[in-house]
Each structure stands twice: as structure tokens, then as C-alpha cells.
Design a protein around this ligand. Structure first.
Ligand code: ATP
Ligand code: MG
Length: 420
């Protein structure tokens, strides 16, 4: 790996578009070199709804990161989310006539699992993630290559998405001059940035409460076993506040961030806050507890929807490592406590990106988990962001002439001048 190589992650969220440029360090950390954040436009719950607006917003986010890092961005890992995503666990099996498992056999068994995926015509496969191999019926094998066997089984987690939805987002990214090097399911990227290996081994639920969607990923015995995207998140909380307090959405967003509490019992009845009522310029005083009494039911709804989804998928029991919350919606005071109450007293913590250096402070919040995770995955795959080098033009031709002059011609002239 060149020490100059760098990667980029592009999180096209419902509320913000975040670009992170970073360089992998020899010690395994990621050096953050540049960050670009702009309000999202033209997108709703992971879907492009206004192409022109989406392109302009993505271009601006990329431009800011590029300027911040003083580096060109030719390609990036792009996050994909939304209700069009579906997941399932599928198995594959092959026989091993040679009696010893080769790397080719491993590819073949994964392909056989892939062939067993039944998708509707509009769906395409985004990820095939290996959960477990079984050698002659014995499960729990991490690396089967080189083992003696007559049969190899695999269990994979398959993530699919609607092809046209993905193609539309890819197209917007390409229009900005950035090549989408890989589309990554957002909770997978978030998990990369915030979860520890111990949590994945013990079993953990990751809940990313964004603006338009709440994304869920469940890991058990070190690998992913469930993913889901629930179309209710932080923006619904803001909308509730705007409607019930009769204030404009910007005012509701500010009030939520400054005074919002997810658990009403954490406020005192006499604490008052100021908001400006719709149609008047006059500030009015409302109890902070009223704010949290509006927020709490919506947050409970989100967390109950997550719980129902996990119960339905039969993965709720597998989580000894507890729950990790991420995304902007998780920043409400009392959110971890409310989550623990709804999720049967499981331990809950807030997850922010880890193992960073450089401009680490500018991405240390849970709202950057997805963008940082995308950059980490790109670094792991050595999927570099540098643009392809330009074909030799007049400038590089002149450079070549100068180099040739200095290295060959000039020494020869000096030699002749010295009469050698
Ligand atoms: N300090 C805060 N307190 C409460 N809520 C917050 C805070 N900061 C951000 N939010 C909320 O978080 C949500 C945005 O979160 P985030 O930036 O993770 O979403 P996104 O990635 O743009 O959207 P999505 O993941 O749904 O596509 C908004 O609803 C916003 O109001
Ligand atoms: Mg997000």
C-alpha cells in the first residue's frame, strides 16, 4: 500500500450528506483528512425524489471534503438504505470429490447459496455475507480451506435492494464526477465504525436512528444475522413537535436539539422553555416536560417497531452484548435509558466512530458513524479514492523534456566543458 493512498465514504442521508476522506495508518487507525457536510436535498428515506437537487447536494458535500483535505475524490464507498432493502439467511452445499477443501470450493459453495436466493425481478443482490461454514456437517468453521472433507455447507446473510432505486442514487453520484466504488448497506458501515469485536461475538443489536429511517443490524457469534430498515425516525419527532406545539419545523428542530428529552420523567414539572408560535413573532413559554411528553411516545414507537421486527425475525434472544445506539436521533437526552426500558433492560450504550486520528474530533459524534464506517470498509478493501491518472498532456510532456535535459544532456555538456 502506498503511504499516499486514501479512501472516501459518502453517506447520502435523509437530512445530511456527509463525505469523509481518510488514510489508513500502519497502526490500523484511520487518519481523517477531510470532511464535507451539507443538508440533504432531493432524497427521502434513502430514495432519490428530485434528481437535480440530489446531484447538487452530493456535489457540494464532495466539494467541501475535497477542499478540506486538499485531495481529489475520484471514487467513494456509498451508503444505501431504505424500505426497499430486504435480507434473509440462505444456505448452500457442495460435495468435495478431491477430499480437501480449496479456495475455489469456498467460492463455489458461496455461489451455490447465492443461486438459492429467490428475488423478484426488480430486486438485486447487494451483499452476500458469510455467517458460518460446516465441514461434513460440523458447523462453526471460520476458514475451511485446506481441511479434509467430503461435503461443505455455508450459511450466508443476503441483502437485496431494488435495482432501480440503487441505480438512481449511483447515477446522481456519478454525475458529480465520483465513481461509486461499492454500494454498502448503511447499518453494515455503521457497525464497522462503532462495534467492538467482543460485542459482535457476544451478540449485539445496532440501532441507527437517522432522520428518515431507523436502521437495524444484529450480530451474533461474530457475524451478521439480521438487517432491517424502519421508516420512522428523528424527523417524525420534529414533525410531532411542530404540529402539537404549533411551531414551524425549523423552530421544532432547534427546540428538540436544545431541550429535547426522550424520557419525560427526567424533566422537572416547573422547567420552562421558549418557542415562537406559528403566525406570531412573540415567544411563548412552554414546560420542557410538555416537549418530552410529545417526544417520548414517538421514540417509544420507534423502539417498539425495532423490537417487533427482531422478535419476528427470531433474533431477539441472541444478544448477550446488549444494544448500541447511533445516528442523530440517538442524541436525545435519556435515549439510552428509554431504549433499555423498551428492550427488556438490555444494556444500551451510545456508539460513536472509534480508532481514528487526524481530524478525528470533527467526526467523533454518532451522526458520523455511517460515513466513517464507509471509509473504513473502503480502506479494508483497498478501494482507493484517488482519481485515475490523466493521460499525458502538454504539461507532463514538458516535465519529461526537463527531466531528460537535467539527467542526460546537462551532465554531458558539463563533461564536455571540463574537457574530459
Ligand atoms: N442533538 C440532537 N438531539 C436530538 N436529535 C438530533 C440531534 N442531532 C441530530 N438529531 C436528529 O437526528 C436526525 C438526523 O440524524 P442523522 O444525521 O443520523 O440522519 P441521516 O443520516 O441524515 O438520515 P437517514 O440515516 O435516515 O438517511 C434528525 O431527525 C435530527 O433532528
Ligand atoms: Mg444515516
Amino acid at each position: 500500500m502506498s503511504s499516499e493512498a486514501y479512501v472516501a465514504g459518502l453517506d447520502v442521508g435523509t437530512t445530511k450528506i456527509r463525505t469523509v476522506v481518510a488514510r489508513p495508518e500502519a497502526d490500523g487507525r484511520l487518519r481523517v483528512l477531510g470532511v464535507g457536510v451539507v443538508p440533504a436535498a432531493g432524497l427521502a428515506r434513502g430514495i432519490v425524489v428530485d434528481r437535480g437537487q440530489a446531484i447538487a447536494a452530493i456535489a457540494e458535500s464532495v466539494h467541501r471534503a475535497r477542499r478540506n483535505a486538499s485531495l481529489e475524490i475520484g471514487g467513494a464507498y456509498v451508503g444505501i438504505s431504505g424500505a426497499h432493502i430486504a435480507c434473509r439467511n440462505v444456505t448452500g452445499r457442495i460435495h468435495i470429490p478431491s477430499g480437501e477443501i480449496s479456495a475455489h470450493d469456498v467460492e463455489k459453495v458461496i455461489q451455490s447459496a447465492r443461486d438459492n436466493v429467490r428475488t423478484s425481478p426488480e430486486q438485486e443482490i447487494m451483499h452476500v455475507l458469510v455467517r458460518d461454514f460446516a465441514v461434513d456437517g460440523e458447523p462453526g468453521v471460520a476458514r475451511p480451506v485446506g481441511m479434509k472433507a467430503s461435503r461443505l455447507d455455508v450459511e450466508v446473510h443476503v441483502v437485496t435492494g431494488v435495482g432501480s432505486v440503487i441505480a438512481n442514487l449511483e447515477d446522481c453520484v456519478r454525475e458529480t464526477g465520483v465513481i461509486p466504488l461499492k454500494n454498502v448497506l448503511e447499518p453494515l458501515a455503521t457497525a464497522t465504525a462503532v462495534l467492538s469485536e467482543a460485542e459482535r461475538d457476544l451478540g449485539v443489536i445496532l440501532i441507527d436512528i437517522g432522520g428518515g429511517t431507523t436502521d437495524v443490524a444484529v450480530f451474533s457469534e461474530g457475524s451478521i444475522c439480521h438487517t432491517a430498515s424502519i421508516p420512522v425516525a428523528g424527523n417524525h419527532v420534529t414533525r410531532d413537535l411542530a404540529q402539537l406545539l404549533r411551531i414551524n419545523p425549523e423552530e421544532a428542530e432547534t427546540a428538540k436539539r436544545r431541550f429535547g428529552v426522550a424520557l419525560a420523567e427526567l424533566t422537572t414539572p416547573d422547567e420552562m422553555i421558549q418557542v415562537v408560535e406559528l403566525g406570531t413573532e412573540k415567544p411563548t413559554r412552554v414546560p420542557r416536560r410538555l416537549l418530552s411528553e410529545i417526544i417520548q411516545p414517538r421514540m417509544e414507537e420507534i423502539l417498539n417497531l425495532v423490537k417487533e421486527n427482531l422478535l419476528l425475525a427470531n433474533v431477539y434472544e441472541r444478544v448477550g452484548g446488549g444494544v448500541v445506539l447511533s445516528g442523530g436521533g440517538s442524541q436525545l437526552v435519556g435515549c439510552t435509558r428509554l431504549a433499555s426500558m423498551i428492550l427488556d433492560n438490555l444494556p444500551v450504550r451510545l456508539g460513536a466512530p472509534r480508532n481514528l486520528t487526524g481530524l478525528a474530533d470533527s467526526v467523533s459524534s454518532p451522526i458520523f458513524s455511517t460515513a466513517v464506517g464507509l471509509a473504513m470498509l473502503a480502506a479494508a478493501d483497498q478501494a482507493w479514492a484517488m482519481p485515475p491518472s490523466k493521460p499525458a498532456g502538454p504539461a507532463s510532456w514538458w516535465q519529461a523534456v526537463k527531466t531528460w535535459w537535467r539527467s542526460r544532456v546537462l551532465p554531458e555538456i558539463k563533461r564536455l566543458a571540463q574537457g574530459a
